[in-house]
Design a protein around this ligand. Structure first.
Ligand SMILES: [Zn+2]
Length: 455
């Protein structure tokens, strides 16, 4: 008995001593003061030129001007003089797990957890904190992966969200690429539509994706009464509905039918006054403009290839350079881009909520930065597109802890070497990316992501 007491005492002493030494090894406070950066907080207000903000644990606790923000004693200081800080970006439209970036191939078999995680790492590398998969996760190949990955905390990877399985008129009436056929749900009657909403609700999906597109009259399109039933059933269950659209007439009808958001802008023609009038009557409807690839100049394309070589293997960079070299000297006019560009400016001026959606499938992560620049080329200001890609996209996805640099928010932010308000392509000059208060390991990510595929 006595022996046991002695051992208990020894053990207790050892534990206290260990705790004391650990305490001495650690700084007195885990707070970090970041000071000196130009801070673009994502809230639409003018930047704070000489800012200071404190991160404690995973969150921002104080944000203000340098000299006015008092850190707790013992806080670590990080000097960001000359840098610009923006909140991490959020992409409200992707299709992950399809294309292997290392080989530029997409097959029916490619959908694996490892590939989706690789894509989420690409997002994180380029400063994207969270992203929504838009209805084409491989339900036919591995239906549990997207639900398992949802909101999982994976180091050095973006947060993954999903709309679950999207709904078209038939499973063959979604996107046309052969490896995508058969992926969506099909709904031809109101009852089928309502039943699918219940199925998605049971999987805790909060937003439903529908496709309204006859793919140039090659496939059936979701009927108005069917999507109205889907929207009605979704709203009854506290869910929202986002539509892939192509033409103006469908967009008008969807607005009248109570749609919550658009996954694309109007693409078949310039929007008219009637459309803008209907839009103004539905001020809570958002769009992720999801502009089609703009044809870059040779100079822009060369700069872009150099930039993305950080995350693509040399074989893919060679392929991109070869494609650029064989491009005709005079590119034909890019009508699809021009129409959507004009429409974006018009709906923006009409007050529509604009988020950041890239439809990423190949240009995963870096595409978010290209989209920001494309939006600026359509007439939005750099300040406006940064808000679109941060606070507004967080609001659209109901990610209440992301989107701005503000007390209480998750400390997810990007440190830039140059000011994106002067030139939006400066969002590409990433110095560091922070996730939940800690810098992600971009050096290791770069090595992993740009390595040639095994075998
Ligand atoms: Zn899409």
């Amino acid at each position: 008995m006595r022996d046991v007491q002695v051992w208990c005492f020894v053990l207790l002493f050892a534990m206290v001593f260990a705790a004391l030494s650990a305490d001495q090894a650690r700084p007195a406070s885990s707070a970090v003061l970041f000071e000196g950066a130009r801070l673009i907080a994502g809230d639409g207000r003018p930047p704070i030129d000489n800012s200071a903000f404190i991160v404690e644990g995973a969150r921002f606790t104080k944000v203000g001007k340098k000299g006015e923000v008092q850190p707790p004693s013992g806080a670590t200081r990080v000097d960001l003089t000359g840098k610009t800080v923006i909140p991490s970006l959020i992409d409200i439209h992707n299709h992950l797990g399809w294309t292997n970036q290392k080989t530029n191939t997409a097959t029916r078999q490619s959908y694996t957890r490892a590939l989706v995680v690789d894509h989420l790492q690409r997002y994180a590398y380029y400063g994207v904190a969270a992203t929504l998969s838009m209805g084409l996760d491989r339900w036919d190949v591995n239906p549990e992966i997207p639900y398992q990955l949802r909101n999982e905390i994976i180091p050095n990877a973006a947060r993954f969200l999903t709309v679950g399985r999207g709904i078209a008129a038939t499973p063959m009436a979604g996107p046309v690429a052969d490896y995508r056929l058969g992926v969506p749900y099909g709904a031809q009657t109101e009852a089928e539509g309502r039943a699918l909403v219940h199925e998605l609700h049971a999987r805790n999906v909060e937003m439903i994706k529908i496709w309204l597109d006859d793919r140039l009259k090659t496939v059936p399109k979701l009927q108005v009464n069917v999507y109205e039933a889907i929207i009605d059933e979704a709203h009854r269950n506290g869910m929202r509905v986002v539509a892939h659209i192509f033409n103006l007439e469908d967009a008008k009808q969807l607005l009248k039918s109570g749609i919550d958001g658009f996954a694309h802008g109007v693409r078949d023609r310039d929007v008219d006054e009637e459309y803008l009038r209907i839009l103004r009557q539905h001020p809570r409807v958002w769009v992720g403009p999801n502009l089609p690839a703009r044809t870059p100049t040779a100079e822009e394309a060369t700069a872009e290839i150099t930039w993305v070589s950080e995350t693509l293997p040399p074989s893919q960079i060679r392929r991109m350079r070869d494609e650029l070299a064989s491009r005709p000297a005079t590119a034909p006019p890019n009508d699809l881009f021009a129409i959507q560009c004009r429409n974006l400016k018009k709906v923006h001026d009409a007050g529509m909520i604009i988020g950041l959606g890239t439809d990423a499938n190949i240009d995963i992560g870096w595409g978010a930065h290209v989209e920001l620049a494309d939006m600026v080329s359509c007439g939005l200001t750099p300040a406006e597109v940064i808000v679109a890609g941060t606070r507004t996209s967080a609001e659209i996805l109901k990610l209440n802890d992301l989107g701005t640099v503000a007390p209480g928010k998750s400390a997810d932010f990007i440190v830039l070497d140059a000011n994106p308000l002067e030139n939006i392509t400066n969002t590409r000059k990433i110095n560091r990316v922070y996730q939940r208060g800690a810098a992600i390991d971009r050096a290791t990510l770069k090595d992993t992501l740009s390595a040639e595929a095994a075998n």
